[in-house]
Ligand binder design. Structure first.
Ligand code: FES
Length: 69
C-alpha cells in the first residue's frame, strides 16, 4: 500500500526502514533517499512507524522527528 504518494513509499518501505534502525519519520524518508514534500502523509507515516516500533518492542520518541525537513 502506498503511504506517501509524493515519494511512492509503501508500508513495506516503512517496515524495512524500521528494521534498518529508523526511529523517526525523517529517517523513513531518508532510507529511500527522499524527504517529506507536501506533508500529507506525515500522520500516516507516524502511525505506521509507531506500530512497527511497538511490534519490535522498541521505545520511541517521535516528538523530535515530526518536522518535515
Ligand atoms: S504524500 Fe508524502 S510528502 Fe506528499
Amino acid at each position: 500500500m502506498i503511504v506517501c504518494s509524493c515519494n511512492r513509499l509503501t508500508h513495506h518501505d516503512v517496515e524495512a526502514a524500521v528494521d534498518g534502525g529508523a526511529t523517526r519519520p525523517k529517517e523513513i524518508y531518508a532510507s529511500k533517499g527522499c524527504k517529506a514534500q507536501c506533508g500529507n502523509c506525515t500522520s500516516g507515516i507516524v502511525c505506521l512507524l509507531r506500530q512497527a516500533l511497538m511490534q519490535r518492542g522498541n521505545v520511541f520518541d517521535l516528538s523530535a522527528g515530526l518536522a518535515a525537513s
